[in-house]
Design a protein around this ligand. Sequence first.
Ligand code: PMP
Length: 428
Amino acid sequence: MTTNHELFERARLKLPGGVNSPVRAFKSVGGEPFFTARADGPYLWDVEGKRYIDYVGSWGPMIVGHNHPHVRAAVARAIDDGLSFGTPCPAEVTMAETVTRLVPSLEMVRMVNSGTEATMAAIRLARGFTGRNKIVKFEGCYHGHGDAFLVKAGSGALTFGVPTSPGVPAGLADLTLTLPYNDLAAAERLFEEAGSDIAGLIIEPVAGNMNCILPREGYLKALRDLCTRHGALLIFDEVMTGFRVALGGAQQHYGITPDLSTFGKIIGGGMPVGAYGGRRDVMSQIAPSGPIYQAGTLSGNPVAMAAGLAMLELIQAPGFYADIARRTNTLSDGFATIAAECGVPMTTNAICGMFGLFFTSEKVETFAQATACDTALFNRFFHGMLERGVYLAPSAFEAGFLSSAHDDAVIAQTLDTARDALRAALKG
Ligand code: PMP
């Protein structure tokens, strides 16, 4: 039998850090990653046959659990007809009709292959449409690895302490203005000073790349108003929140209409898919109907569209989100109760299908608070959970995800494990 360790040794010789995406390497929490052999429902099995309850869900796509038979069957049917055509195909049209129906702010949409592509295209479009160059983003938010976004970025960039990456030219980074999340006064000041240069403001409406931080009451609405007043486009990056916190994403949950939105993860059902869309007058500027260029050899791929459409069918089941929301609260309240029993300061944030644990006594609403938490204790807790068969995101700066396959029994088992793991972490 190949072991996790042997695979990691081999991987490290040929892949930078042994991985194809940084946070997977466990650098933040220490130790070595496991290699997944297969996945089903709420579980992963590593190559050594150990089973884990999975709260990463492929970093978001797996909202119906892993390897769902309905998605798998749709992919199998699509494969019978061929893998890629390079011409328009019917599934792309159905996909466009479906997402524009589920997310009403999308009057038009363009399919791409990842969240990164979606956000890069969205800011090019915002710049092209407004004729302005500056982009506003938030400290600790992550929008993929496009140059313009690797300025005070979250997720892996934050985890590894390189929030602004070498290789991003200073001249380009200067066009990205950053703001503290949930600080309205700072946003008002920035727009007062630079509003007429700002093409767009991009935000994770629920921040999931600096752990899980919810917007303060009225904050998103105030940003909407600021953008409108200054002629900047409001871009919701719903790569994580889209089809997760509600069927219509965070924009539905909070009742805000952005000008543009970006999607990824769930929309592809586990295949590499992203999308961006929004106002018809803005989207019409994209080639070939307009002059702003964006393209993709595999965009709208028939197999990926089939997986995504099958996923979008499943999440429209009555009660789907209410169930996940209830279980997310049970889990996050359960963590907090266990911490209190153990006498450890911990607060939690949660919204349907997403949660965050913070080893601190404060309610966490800002990037500064998130980064001030006890990450050493989180790392010990993470490893305690992993040893006992529960896989949390391998960094204190990533949100956790639930799926509809995480039923009450799985949640109860997770909480029992958490009690043991936390006690052990406190001794260590
Ligand atoms: N935006 C957000 C909010 C994300 O969470 C991510 C990935 N975690 C991205 C963009 C980038 O997506 P991808 O990894 O598919 O390029």
